[in-house]
Design a protein around this ligand. Structure first.
Ligand code: CMC
Length: 439
C-alpha cells in the first residue's frame, strides 16, 4: 500500500482527485485544485468557529476530549497539579522541559525581578473609574506596556523575545493586584521578590488590609492559587490562544498580542464563564429553584454556565482537580455555601437526558469561581486570575509560532453571499431604495 490518499470524485465534472493524508489530516490548500472551470478560484472548506480545522502544528498541549485527557508536553495534568509549583510548569511550557532545582531557582529569581511595574502605570490606573472592571484595566495596561518597552517590536530576536516573555510573566500578577487595589481604593503594594509567585500575589493584593491572611493561611492559599494557575496555564488552540497566534502572525509585539488574547478570554463563553457561574448561582439562590432553572436551560432560554466544552465531551479533568482543592481551601476560609448548590446542579444535570445526550459536563470554570470567592475575591477578579495563569500558555504558543517555518499571516477566507455587482444610483435618486430592497 502506498502513501494514504483521500480519493474525491467531483460530480460536477466527473473529475477524480487524490489528496494526501498525513497524520489523519488533509491540507486545505489541496482542495484548491478542485474546480469546475480552470478560471475558477477553486474549492474552499467552510468551517465557522473552526470546529474541524487545525490552524497550526503544536508540541505544547495534548487534549483527548472524548477521554478527558489533558497533558502539557506529555505530562498528565493530574501529576503536574499534584507535584509542581506554577513556575515549574511555566518553565515546562515555555522551555519545553521541567527545570532542575537549580534552573527553577534561577527562573523564579528572573521572574520576580521582573515583577515591578513602571511608576507611571499607577497614574494610568488612576485614570480608571472607581468601578472599572479589573479585566478592562488589565487588558488596557498590558497593551500600554507596549509603549514602555518599544524594544519588544524586535520579534525576530530570540533573546529579545525571551526578555519580554519574562517581563510579562513577572508583571501580570502586579497588574492584577493594582487593578484590584484600585477597585478597593487601597494604595498600590509593590511586589516582594523574596516571596514565591503566588505568595507575592497574595501579598500585593491584601497586605495591610483587613483581608490579609495569617502566614500559615497564606501558604495554603498560595498553594491553591498555584494549582489553579497550573490548571489554567494552557489549553491548546482555544479562543484566546488562537487570538494570540492570530495577532502575533501580523508581527505585532507580544504586549499588544497578549492584550488581545486576554480580551478574548474576557468573554463569558470563554474565561469570563467563571464570573458568569457565580452570577448564575447567586440568581438561582436556593436548591428549590434549581428545577425551574434547569427547565429554562432545556427550553433554550439560557445556558448552564460552566458546563459544556468544544473539545471535552467527557468530564473536564481540570474540574475534577478543582473539586478536590475546594475542600482544602474551605478548611482555611470557611465553606462557601454555593458549592452545595453547584454540586446539586451538577448531580441533576449529569442525570438529565438533555445534558447526557449533548455530552455536557462541568468545565474548569464551574468550580473555580466558588474557590476564588471563598478566598475573598470579588467575581470581577476571577477572569483576571485565569489570565495570570494562562499568560505562559499564550507566550509558549507565540514563541512556537515565531519558530514555525510554516508561519504566515492569519488570513481566513470567506464564503461571500452578498449581491453581485450593482450599479450605483446617485444619492438624490436613492430615496426609499434601501427599504424596498430589505422588505
Ligand atoms: N448549557 C446548555 N446547553 C448547552 C451548553 C450549556 N452550557 N453548552 C452547550 N449547550 C448545548 C447547545 O445549546 C447545543 O444544543 P443543540 O444541539 O440542541 O443546539 C449543544 O449543546 C452544542 O452546543 P454548542 O454551542 O454548539 O457547543 P460549542 O462547542 O459551540 O460551545 C461552549 C462550547 C463552551 C461555548 C458552550 O458549551 C457554552 O456556552 N458553555 C457555557 C459557557 C462556558 O462555561 N464556557 C467556558 C468554557 S471552558 C473555559 C475555557 O476554556 O474557555
Amino acid at each position: 500500500m502506498g502513501d494514504p490518499k483521500l480519493s474525491i470524485s467531483d460530480s460536477r465534472t466527473g473529475q477524480k482527485y487524490d489528496i494526501d493524508i498525513r497524520q489523519a489530516t488533509v491540507r486545505a490548500m489541496d482542495f484548491r485544485a478542485i474546480r469546475e472551470d480552470p478560471e475558477e478560484f477553486g474549492m474552499l472548506v467552510y468551517d465557522p468557529g473552526y470546529t474541524n480545522t487545525a490552524s497550526c502544528t503544536s508540541r505544547i498541549t495534548f487534549i483527548d476530549g472524548r477521554k478527558g485527557i489533558l497533558r502539557y508536553r506529555g505530562y498528565p495534568i493530574e501529576q503536574l497539579a499534584e507535584h509542581c509549583a506554577y513556575t515549574e510548569v511555566a518553565h515546562l511550557l515555555l522551555h519545553g522541559e521541567l527545570p532542575t532545582q537549580h534552573e527553577l531557582d534561577a527562573w523564579n529569581t528572573e521572574i520576580m525581578e521582573n515583577s515591578m511595574l513602571h511608576e507611571n502605570i499607577k497614574k494610568f490606573m488612576d485614570g480608571f473609574l472607581y468601578d472599572a472592571h479589573p479585566m478592562g484595566m488589565m487588558v488596557s495596561t498590558v497593551a500600554a506596556l507596549s509603549t514602555f518597552y518599544p524594544d519588544a517590536k524586535d520579534i525576530a530576536s530570540k533573546s529579545n523575545r525571551y526578555r519580554q516573555q519574562v517581563r510579562l510573566i513577572g508583571k501580570m500578577p502586579t497588574i492584577a493586584a493594582y487593578a484590584y487595589r484600585k477597585s478597593q481604593g487601597y494604595p498600590y503594594a509593590y511586589p516582594d521578590w523574596d516571596l514565591g509567585y503566588s505568595e507575592n500575589l497574595i501579598h500585593m493584593l491584601w497586605n495591610g488590609t483587613r483581608r490579609q491572611p495569617k502566614p500559615e493561611q497564606a501558604q495554603v492559599l498560595a498553594r491553591a492559587l498555584d494549582t489553579l494557575f497550573i490548571l489554567h496555564a494552557d489549553h491548546e488552540q482555544n479562543c484566546s490562544t488562537s487570538t494570540m497566534r492570530q495577532v502575533g502572525s501580523a508581527h505585532a509585539d507580544p504586549y499588544v498580542s497578549l492584550s488581545a488574547a486576554a480580551t478574548a478570554l474576557y468573554g463569558p463563553l470563554h474565561g469570563g464563564a467563571n464570573e458568569a457561574v457565580l452570577t448564575m448561582l447567586e440568581e438561582i439562590g436556593s436548591m428549590e429553584r434549581i428545577p425551574e432553572f434547569i427547565r429554562q436551560v432545556k427550553a433554550g432560554e439560557r445556558r448552564l454556565m460552566g458546563f459544556g466544552h468544544r473539545v471535552y465531551k467527557n468530564y473536564d479533568p481540570r474540574a475534577r482537580i478543582i473539586r478536590r482543592i475546594a475542600d482544602q481551601v474551605f478548611e482555611i476560609t470557611g465553606r462557601n455555601p454555593k458549592i452545595d448548590l453547584a454540586r446539586e446542579l451538577e448531580r441533576i444535570a449529569l442525570d438529565d437526558d438533555y445534558f447526557v445526550k449533548r455530552r455536557l459536563y462541568p468545565n474548569v470554570d464551574f468550580y473555580s469561581g466558588i474557590i476564588y470567592q471563598a478566598m475573598g475575591f470579588a467575581p470581577e477578579m476571577f477572569t483576571v486570575l485565569f489570565a495570570i495563569g494562562r499568560t505562559v500558555g499564550w507566550l509558549a504558543h507565540w514563541e512556537e509560532l515565531m519558530n514555525d517555518p510554516e508561519k504566515r499571516i492569519a488570513r481566513p477566507r470567506q464564503l461571500y453571499l452578498g449581491p453581485d455587482e450593482q450599479t450605483l444610483t446617485p444619492i438624490e435618486q436613492r430615496l426609499g431604495q434601501a427599504r424596498e430592497k430589505v422588505s
